[in-house]
Design a binder for this molecule. Structure first.
Ligand SMILES: Nc1ncnc2c1ncn2[C@@H]1O[C@H](COP(=O)(O)OP(=O)(O)OP(=O)(O)O)[C@@H](O)[C@H]1O
Ligand SMILES: [Mg+2]
Length: 476
């Protein structure tokens, strides 16, 4: 934190010096907007707990909040008809990573702010370093601001990623927001990476780096400079597994584009998808594999997952959609007698509540009750199958595991399926059914079990298990 001469209190005494050195901050309730001069656990106006967030008090802020600024009283502006607004048609900047450019809607839009959120260690720094390396090589002015790692650490990573070729990316390792803003003003990069928004610190606020107030202040100030100077900023943000960390969530409305970087850290596959995009669709997703020399685009993920599918009991292939692209991915289940009450339900890559629903439908409408069994479900490769279309695959994988019967086609190929389960046991159609079926056909997995071929989960189970049902291994 910056220490001015006055801070040291040699003339004025410490308490007084502090109040001069640090611009006044206020604590604003995020629930009702009430302002307090000090932090408190509970808002005295609305009674909500833990809603006071520190903000820098800017000139006239209180008057504006109180509604004292009557429109038209000062500095009225003249609205311009949209048709007369000068539209800057800048070409998008290619990051050289096809999957990333696709998710962005064709590349980075100059002057835009992109938030890249992801769990710790998922590969955010790797992705942004690779993008900057390409942009720098293409002759763009770039800047990498690291508030987490030293310049030496960034160099080591970049060397690993580029195979030791000369590294031209300009870097600064700095945590102070003021210094970063001044550098942005002087360097004026076309593309800048801020890694990460939670570790930059504004000296104007007393709260710790990463707190909601700090994250908002840091992002707001960077946004101001970026928009004024036409700098495209890639803002890295950490999200915890359940997305609970306040940080990036409070920024989503501020930025132009929010990318979510997902995958299991221990596995090699990663997906990047747009949650919000002011310059493109949010349907696209990119698949990567983390290798020792960086993230490699996986152009034919379906082929890889189908070839790796085990075809053992408990394994089926889901015709999933990753954005607007179909993807065949293996879903595995394990069912075993439980010693716990209630039994375990563990899901990786699939929503746990959704799993509870699928098991309830299986028990009630499919005749496969698992009340005394532990159930584990895993979507292979760290892929997340967070769509209703994955229900049937989970149901069939669990049924296959419970019955001890492998679900394969007569030709011995893995069984492919998709569809949503309704609460009355019906199969409901999902988006892009034709594209999912086309993908299954392309890899020799036709016909796929789907709401087009079967009406209920009972019919689908009968078709999948056929006459091959063995006596239940797990007490129903
Ligand atoms: N030599 C290596 N070979 C293969 N993979 C590696 C190697 N070194 C690092 N990785 C992978 O890179 C990941 C870390 O990447 P990166 O530092 O870009 O993640 P991050 O999201 O920026 O993490 P953080 O949250 O710590 O900033 C590791 O989890 C690991 O999977
Ligand atoms: Mg990092």
């Amino acid at each position: 934190m910056s220490q001015s001469g006055l801070d040291r209190g040699d003339v004025l005494g410490a308490p007084y010096a502090q109040s001069i050195a640090r611009p006044a901050t206020i604590h604003v309730c995020s629930a009702c907007g009430h302002e307090e001069s000090r932090w408190a656990g509970q808002c005295s106006a609305c009674g909500e707990w833990n809603t006071l967030v520190e903000e820098v008090r800017r000139h006239g802020q209180r008057a504006a909040r109180a509604g004292a600024a009557i429109p038209g009283s000062t500095g009225a502006l003249t609205p311009v008809p949209l048709g007369e607004v000068a539209a800057a048609a800048h070409a998008r900047l290619q990051t050289g990573i096809g999957e990333l450019d696709g998710v962005l809607g064709g590349g980075l839009v100059p002057g835009s702010l992109v938030l890249i959120g992801g769990a710790p260690g998922i590969g955010k720094s790797t992705l942004t370093t690779m993008a900057l390396a390409h942009l720098t090589a293409a002759g763009r002015r770039t800047l990498y601001v690291s508030a987490e790692e030293s310049a030496a650490q960034i160099r080591l990573r970049a060397q690993r990623l580029t195979g030791g070729t000369p590294l031209a990316i300009p870097v600064i390792a700095e945590t102070d927001l003021g210094a970063v803003l001044a550098t942005l003003e002087s360097v004026r990069p076309e593309v800048c990476v801020i890694d990460s928004v939670q570790t930059l610190h504004s000296a104007e606020l007393s709260s710790a780096a990463g707190s909601v107030g700090q994250v908002r202040e840091v992002a707001g100030e960077i946004l101001r400079v970026a928009k004024a100077r036409g700098i495209c900023v890639l803002l890295v943000g950490h999200v915890t597994k359940d997305g609970a960390l306040a940080g990036p969530r409070v920024l989503e409305h501020l930025v132009d584009c929010v990318l979510q970087f997902e995958g299991e850290r221990e596995r090699t596959y990663r997906t990047v998808r747009a949650i919000k995009n002011r310059f493109g669709s949010t349907n696209e997703a990119g698949v990567f594999e983390m290798r020792d020399h960086g993230l490699v685009e996986v152009l034919d993920a379906s082929a890889m997952f189908v070839s790796e599918a085990t075809r053992a009991p408990g394994s089926v292939v889901l015709c999933a959609m990753q954005g607007s692209r179909p993807l065949l991915v293996e879903v595995q289940a394990l069912v075993s007698p439980s010693e716990l009450e209630p039994p375990r339900r563990v899901a990786a890559g699939f929503d746990r509540n959704r799993l509870a629903l699928v098991l309830a439908v299986l028990g009630r409408h499919g005749g496969i009750g698992l009340g005394t069994a532990d159930v584990f479900v895993n979507v292979v490769g760290g892929i997340r199958a967070d769509e209703p279309g994955a229900d049937l695959a989970v149901a069939l994988a669990v049924a296959s595991a419970a019955r001890g019967v492998a679900m394969t086609s007569p030709a011995g190929r893995p069984l492919a399926c998709f569809g949503e389960l309704g609460l009355t046991g019906e199969l409901r159609s999902v988006a892009h059914g034709d594209r999912r079926i086309a993908e299954a056909t392309k890899f020799g997995l036709a016909p796929a079990l789907s709401p087009d071929s079967h009406r209920t989960v009972r019919e689908a189970l009968a078709a999948a298990l056929g006459g091959r049902q063995r006596s239940p291994r797990v007490a129903a």
